[in-house]
Ligand binder design. Structure first.
Ligand SMILES: Cc1cc2nc3c(=O)[nH]c(=O)nc-3n(C[C@H](O)[C@H](O)[C@H](O)COP(=O)(O)OP(=O)(O)OC[C@H]3O[C@@H](n4cnc5c(N)ncnc54)[C@H](O)[C@@H]3O)c2cc1C
Length: 558
């Protein structure tokens, strides 16, 4: 045997599983198709948003949260409707995960040295129904150090375990891998050795085969991530309920998030479920300074930008900025006259961008990633203007235009698209009607109501939601137009697993010795989120399911 357990995929889920194993003295072979510079996978690039329930951070900000409220939100968002079949384990994972988020998660993170910013964001505000999709309260906690800081303790532990002889980065070059079984029991992995590649982290690496390899162990844990970099796979599983897939999308994940292992596992007899459930964003912008092919960045918007479709009409509620990701995607892709176009627009003011634009990604938040408290205070709390990375996008980004008048702005927006020209007069009418709603502290406009509502939460009022103002007020300007693309990110379905992260076969029974965790397992159970996510739940899903896989495999190999 080459190891007690082989872990395929050195992202967060794989590192957490490896941590559980090596802490219990098990020998681990860690296999990845990327070089060691990429340790931590997507999580390294992530914003570090973490879903927690009834935390001290929430309480300090006056947020009243509870397991009951979070579980109600989760069920309303998930809409589990395959409970006898594809959702049978997902529902159990969901409940266990919300219990984790409302209980042990925070102290477990602290035990690994991961701390949180004092502010709590309100992501996925929802579809405006008490029992529907969305977070009733702010729950998006940001790790100090962003996703880079979440990965760090597990990556450090892996390096230490390697020095202690408990973990081997296998093979010395990178490898494309498939697991194999004997008599129905997973016993190892085999694959293709790839030529050495010293590309920096995140940059697409070679796929030149230079040989074959095989490793044996008592158990295999698959933590190979999702599908977001392969647009063909995204389109293949794109569900009819979301209309037609866009012809052009930007890519929110590195090239190695290629989804290959899902098909490999299906061919080997593992049960894949809920592949039609995905999580792609509608506020993607082209990165002016790309790391991976087609690199897109997601704007995490506050609620005030005017959102227009490709023909210049305001989107209907609940398709408001930061409210309901998949309702917005569905609206854009199923409305007949706009579905042929792959974009929509934000129109906003300088005042809005200064307070409300956050960019997802560790490299877009260098102050938090570097744990530089002074820079955070200087740039975000006391600083004037938008944070530096946002300013860079306004200056260099291909999707941004700036102008002093709406007519000039629309002229510039029209130069960014082949769609029928936007009509400045029509857009002016809609914005003027919206601006007239601002004279009172109440309104009949759902978006304006949402702005007032958000500002009753101190976290939003201080740091996230601009004071209500007329978009056409020159003092709030200049005006900014942003062309938004669909950005691919996550699969919500995957390998079906039981609560010990044991992968299930086509007969619904565990495949002996085989485990799956993280995104490849739909973050647990083959689809813990159901149809919709509450955000900040993906990193946590890797931690929770990776931990379960590591513990169960350690028990099996005792
Ligand atoms: C920019 C960005 C921002 C994000 N922000 C957040 C956030 O704020 N909060 C949140 O909860 N989530 C966020 N996410 C999502 C989250 O980071 C990912 O869903 C999660 O990290 C996935 O981890 P994983 O371990 O399952 O897979 P991955 O990180 O994708 O790791 C899988 C690894 O397996 C390897 N691999 C794949 N196939 C093979 C094979 N056949 N052979 C060998 N190796 C293979 C890959 O090379 C990779 O290293 C963000 C993601 C991105 C990209």
């Amino acid at each position: 045997m080459d190891a007690d357990v082989i872990v395929v995929g050195a992202g967060l889920a794989g590192l957490v599983a490896a941590h559980e194993l090596t802490s219990r003295g098990r020998k681990v072979a860690l296999v990845d198709q990327e070089n060691a510079a990429n340790l931590g996978g997507q999580a390294y690039w992530s914003f570090g948003g973490l879903f927690l329930v009834d935390s001290p951070e929430q309480r300090r900000l006056g947020v009243k949260d509870s397991f009951d409220l979070a579980w109600s939100d989760w069920q309303g968002s998930a809409g589990f409707d395959r409970t006898e079949d594809e959702d049978s384990w997902a529902v159990r994972w969901a409940r266990a995960y919300v219990e984790f988020a409302a209980g042990e998660k925070r102290s477990w993170l602290a035990g690994h040295g991961i701390s949180l910013l004092p502010t709590v964001g309100w992501a996925e505000r929802g579809d405006l129904r008490a029992g529907g999709h969305g977070n009733s309260v702010p729950r998006f906690h940001i790790a100090w150090g962003t996703g880079t800081g979440v990965v760090a303790p597990f990556a450090d532990h892996a390096r230490q375990a390697a020095r202690d002889g408990l973990l081997t980065f296998h093979p010395p070059a990178t490898a494309w891998t498939s697991w194999w079984s004997r008599n129905g029991t997973a016993r190892g992995v085999r694959g293709t050795l790839l030529a050495p590649d010293d590309s920096p982290r995140g940059v697409a690496s070679n796929r030149d085969a230079v040989g074959e390899f095989e490793l044996t162990a008592q158990a295999v844990i698959v933590t190979s991530g999702g599908i977001g970099a392969d647009h063909d796979i995204v389109r293949r599983y794109w569900p009819e309920r979301l209309g037609t897939p866009p012809a052009r999308m930007v890519t929110g994940v590195p090239a190695y998030v290629d989804g290959r292992m899902l098909d490999i596992s299906a061919e080997a007899g593992v049960r894949l479920v809920n592949r039609d459930r995905m999580w792609h964003y509608t506020e993607g912008i082209q990165n002016w300074n790309p790391v991976w092919p087609g690199h897109g960045i997601r704007i995490l918007p506050g609620p005030s930008s005017i959102w227009l479709d490709a023909l210049g009409r305001r989107l209907p509620e609940p398709c408001l900025p930061g409210y309901d990701t998949l309702s917005t995607l569905r609206h854009l892709r199923t409305t007949e006259d706009i579905a042929p176009y792959d974009h929509s627009w934000f129109v906003l003011t300088r005042k809005i961008i200064e307070k409300e634009f956050a960019l997802s990604g560790s490299e877009q938040n260098p102050d938090i990633t570097a744990k530089d408290g002074k820079a955070v205070l200087r740039d975000r709390l006391f600083g004037k203007g938008a944070p530096g990375p946002v300013r860079d996008f306004v200056r260099h980004g291909a999707d941004f235009v700036v102008a002093d008048t709406l007519e000039r702005l629309v002229e510039k927006m029209n130069k960014l698209t082949d769609a029928p020209p936007l009509d400045a007069a029509g857009i002016r009418r809609q914005i003027e009607a919206r601006d007239l709603q601002l004279d009172n502290s109440y309104s009949k406009d759902a978006q304006v109501q949402g702005i007032h509502n958000a500002r009753r939460y101190i976290g939003d009022r201080l740091g996230r939601v601009a004071a209500p103002h007329r978009v056409l007020d020159p003092a709030a300007g200049p005006l900014i137009g942003v062309k938004l693309h669909i950005l691919t990110r996550k699969t919500l379905g995957g390998i079906q697993t039981d609560l010990d992260s044991r992968a299930l076969g086509l007969d619904g029974r565990p495949v002996e010795g085989l485990y799956a965790a993280g995104e490849v397992a739909g973050f647990g159970g083959g689809g813990v989120h159901g149809y919709n996510a509450l955000e900040g739940t993906f990193l946590g899903g890797c931690l929770f399911s990776g931990r379960a896989a590591g513990r169960a495999a350690a028990a099996q190999t005792a």
